[in-house]
Design a protein around this ligand. Structure first.
Ligand SMILES: *Cc1c(COP(=O)(O)O)cnc(C)c1O
Length: 231
């Protein structure tokens, strides 16, 4: 069933790419495993999952210990500065940097490990105050400050769309993130080009792909919970 779900999501992504003239290989699937057991993760990996997304450093450490580096680990949940060391140790991409304080903590730990840490900046497009993420108007300042850190590399932007009944309602959120990415790349050198747009979850990934997502974060679509919702 996990294999079928993976295939379904991959096919849907490919269809949305075709519809909008994008290349399917430019969209990577992050399998969000926050509710999945180690067994389920292994099943997903056997079926072709390559990127595992976890929300909490503590959970990821436990799963990473059992599954290891045969897959790539992404942090998609909020990171506290006191967990930066563990995060830098196991995650190849941290999607959720939203302050210079956190960026500096990651940079410091990455330097200690002799690693350049790839990160995305989380932007709170919709302005919901329950969400983490930096306000769009503060992005430029943060990117400027992060540009001075030598062990961090900003690859793009991430957002979480509001929960709505109709995914069309969040199209403008995704489009706004894409515009921010383009605008942020504009005034900077080619060396700073950001490419990644982490956007789209189980309920809205198709719209997100149509709007330019390069990293789709799907949990329920793969591990269950979505079929019932769709029916
Ligand atoms: C849980 C989670 C997801 C996956 O959500 P689904 O609706 O299960 O696909 C994606 N991104 C973040 C940040 C999450 O916390």
């Amino acid at each position: 069933m996990i294999a079928d779900n993976l295939k379904y999501v991959t096919q849907r992504v490919a269809m949305c790419c075709e519809k909008t003239g994008r290349r399917p290989e430019d969209v990577r699937l992050v399998c969000v495993t926050k509710t999945a057991s180690v067994e389920q993760i292994r099943e997903a990996v056997a079926a072709g999952a390559r990127i595992i997304g976890e929300n909490r450093v503590q959970d990821a450490l436990a799963k990473h210990r059992l599954i290891g580096d045969a897959v790539v680990w992404h942090l998609i949940g909020h990171l506290q500065t006191n967990k930066a060391r563990d995060a830098v140790r196991i995650f190849s991409l941290i999607h959720t940097v939203d302050s210079i304080r956190l960026a500096r903590a990651i940079d410091r730990e990455a330097a200690a490990l002799g690693k350049i840490q790839d990160v995305l900046v989380q932007v709170n497009i919709s302005g919901e105050d329950t969400k983490f993420g930096i306000a769009p108007e503060c992005l430029d300042g943060l990117l400027g400050e992060m540009g001075e850190l030598s062990h961090i590399r900003v690859g793009g932007l991430m957002t979480i769309a509001p929960l709505v009944d109709d995914p069309e309602k969040v199209r403008l959120v995704f489009r706004a993130l894409r515009k921010l990415l383009d605008a942020s790349n504009g005034p900077r050198s080619a060396a700073f080009a950001m490419r990644e747009l982490s956007m789209g979850m189980t309920d809205d990934f198709e719209v997100a792909v149509e709007e330019g997502s390069t990293l789709v974060r799907a949990g329920r679509a793969i591990f269950g919970g979505a079929q019932e919702a769709k029916a």
